[in-house]
Design a protein around this ligand. Sequence first.
Ligand code: SF4
Ligand code: SF4
Ligand code: FES
Length: 738
Amino acid sequence: MPDLVSLTVDDRVVQVPSNTGLVEAALAAGVEIPVFCYEPRLGAPIGACRMCLVEIEGIPKLQAGCTLTAIDGMVVRTAATSAKAADGQESTLEFILVNHPLDCPVCDKGGECPLQDLTFRYGPGRTRMTFPKVTFDKPIPVSPLIALDRERCILCYRCTRFSEEVAEDGLLIARNRGARSEIATFEDEPYRSVFSGNVIELCPVGALTSSMYRFDARPWEIQNVPTVCTGCATGCNVTATIREGKVKRILSRNHAEIDRGWLCDKGRFTYPHLLARDRITAPLQRGPKGLKEVSWDEALDAAEEMLREAEGAIVTALSGSETTEIAYALGRLLRGGVGAHSAVLPEATSDALEAFRLPLSAIAEAELVVVVGDDPVVERAPIVDLWLKEARRRGAEVVACSPTGTVQVAPGGSAAFCQGISAAGNELGQRLRNADRAVLVWSGPGGGGGARIAELAHELGFEEKPGCGAFHLPVTPNGRAVAAAWSASADADETRPETISVLVVSGEDAAADPGVRALAEQAERVIVVTMFHELVGGWADLILPATGALERDGTTMNLEGRLQRLRRAVAPPCPDELAWISKLAARFDVEISPHASAVFAELSEHLFQDLSMDEIGLRAALPSRTAYEAPAPAAQPASVPEHGATELRLQRYRALISGPAVERVRELEFQRPEREVEISAVDARQRGISSGDPVLVRSNGTSIELRARVNRRLVEGIARVAEEHAADLHAVVEVVKA
Ligand code: SF4
Ligand code: SF4
Ligand code: FES
C-alpha cells in the first residue's frame, strides 16, 4: 500500500498516494486545474505557461499548480473558489493572447483547441490591446508533413521537450531569448524523425498542424473511429478521423501499456494510400490482350476453374498483414475446400514466448534490458525504441548487442551470442539472472521467430520472475495470428508440391516479396489479392481487389501476443475479402460467413478459448503467461558467406518507412531511407572513402551507385543497405569509390 496524503481542493477532501502531482490530486477530487504546458509524458513539469495558477493556504503568492506535489494537509483553491486564482488565470490568458492572432475560424485547431476552450472558460471577454500584433511568414514548413504558424505559438515547449526528451532527436528547438523566443528546427533543416507527427497532437494551439489535414475538415463534420494501427507489429491504438467517407487523419488513442499515446509517422501518415492512383477496385483477368476488368461473377468463375484444375498443387503466399479472420477464411477455402498443399507463411513467432509475456510498458520499468539482433529496433517496432529510451532515462542499463551496438555482434551472430550469455561464468548472463526486472528483446531475422530468445529467458530463470520478460519484434504486423489461424483452419498436408499449378498471393507485402515473385515464375497460374495494380500488373493471371486495414473489421495480434480489434473506419471501394471468400467457398461446399464477427466466433473456439469480439474491448488486455514449452529445435542459421579481403558482407534491413503503402504517399518520401551504404570507419579508411562520397556497390555483375556513410559504430567487414536500395545485390559485395 502506498502512503496516502489527505488534502483539500476547493473544499473537497481527497486522499491520494504521496508524490501525486497536484493536477492529478485535484482531478481525483473532481476539480480541474487547467494546463497548457503540463504533460507528464514529457518528463518533469517546467512551469512555462502559468495557466495552472492556484491559491495555496499559507503561501502569499499564487502558485503554478502543475509544479507542485500533493502534501498532507494542503488546502488548495482554484479559480472556482478563489477570486485571486481566477484573476491570475484571466491575466495569464490576456498575456498569452497579446500577440495571438485569434484566427479560430480559419485555424485547424479551432473547435478542438485547449487555448480556445480555456479562453472561453477562464479568459477575458474582450481585449484591451489596440496595437498591431506580431506577424511572421506563414505557414513555415517544419517538414513536408508539418506546418508551423509561428504567431499562434504560446511557447509551452511541449514540442521541443518531446523532441529532446522523448524522441531524443534534438531536432526541434526554441531559439532566441525572451519575447523573441521562437520554435524552429535545428539549423532550419526539415524535422526528419519517424516520431515527428506526435508534436502536432501535443501542440495545445494551432501552431503545429498536419500539412495533410490542413483546411480539410472542421471538427463538427468528422467522425472518429477507434481502431488499431497495422503499420508494424506494435499495434498502436489509434483513432481514424473520417469526413464524408474518407480518412482524413490518424490520431493516437493512448493505450498506456502499448504506446503511451505516441505513434510513428508510418502509422500516422500512410492513410492516403487508400486513394492511390493505381488502387484496384474491380477484378482483373488476363486475356489475349492483357489484363481486363471483369465482373465479380466472372472473376469467381475463373478462380474456381483454376483452383479445380490445380488438383491441390496450390501454394498460398500470405503477407502476415491479413486479419486473423481473413487468414482463417482463406485457410478454410484453400486447405479445407480446395485441398491446397502448402503456404508460404510470413516469419513465424514462437509460442514459447508466451511464458515470458509482459506489457511493452514493462520495458520502461526494467533495470536491465538486453537487445540482440541485426536490425535497428526503430525500423522494426519504433514505439519499442521509445520504451527503450524511457528505460534508459529512468536509469536502466540498455545493452544493445548488434552490428552497431555497444556490444558489437556481426550480422547472423545473434543466436551464438545468446548461447554465450547463458553459458556459465558469462558476466552479462549473471547480471540478468540476478535482476528482478530484466527484459530481452530480439530485433532481427533468424532466431526461430523469438524461440531463441525464449530459450535464453528460460535458461535465465525468467519464468519465476514476474518482472522479467522477453519480446520478439517480427517484421509482419499480424504474422503470428495469421499463422495460427491458417493452421487451425483445416487438418491438411503442408508439403510443397513439386510443380505449382496455382500460386495464390495474398496482400501487397507478399506480392512485393522477391521470394514470392520467384515462386510466381515457377507457377502455371497466379491469383493475386492486392490493392495496387503496379505491383502485379505484369505477372498476375487474375487479380482480386484487396482492402486496407482501415477498411476492415476483425482482429490482429501484436508483438506482445495481445489480440486487438480492428474497426472499419471507411467503406472499401470493393467487396471485402470475407465477402468473396464466402462466395467462392460455397462453390466448394465450404460454409464461411462473410461477417468478421461470425468468422471470429468460429476461430475463437480453436484459438482464443471462445473469447468474443466484444470482450476484446476498446483497449485490449494482455493474456496471462502460460507454462513454458520448449520450442522445436530452430533451423540452423544460414552459414555466413565467405568473402575476400577486399569484399564486405551485405547486411540488408527493412526500413520502417518503406513498403507498398508508404511508397504511395508523396509526403512521406523525405522519410524514406537514403540511397546510401553504411560502412565502418576502418573499411572506409582502407578504401579512401569519406561520408558523402558517391560509391559503387558491386556484386556478381550488379553495380549500384549509392552515397557512402561512415558509421563509426558499425562492426567491420559489413556494408549496410536498406532493402529497397539493395534489391539485386548478393550477400558479398565490393564497395569502391565511384
Ligand atoms: S509550437 Fe505548439 S507545442 Fe510548440 S511551443 Fe508553440 S504552442 Fe507549444
Ligand atoms: S509503431 Fe507500428 S503500430 Fe505504432 S503507429 Fe507506428 S507503424 Fe503503427
Ligand atoms: S500548466 Fe502549469 S505552468 Fe503551464
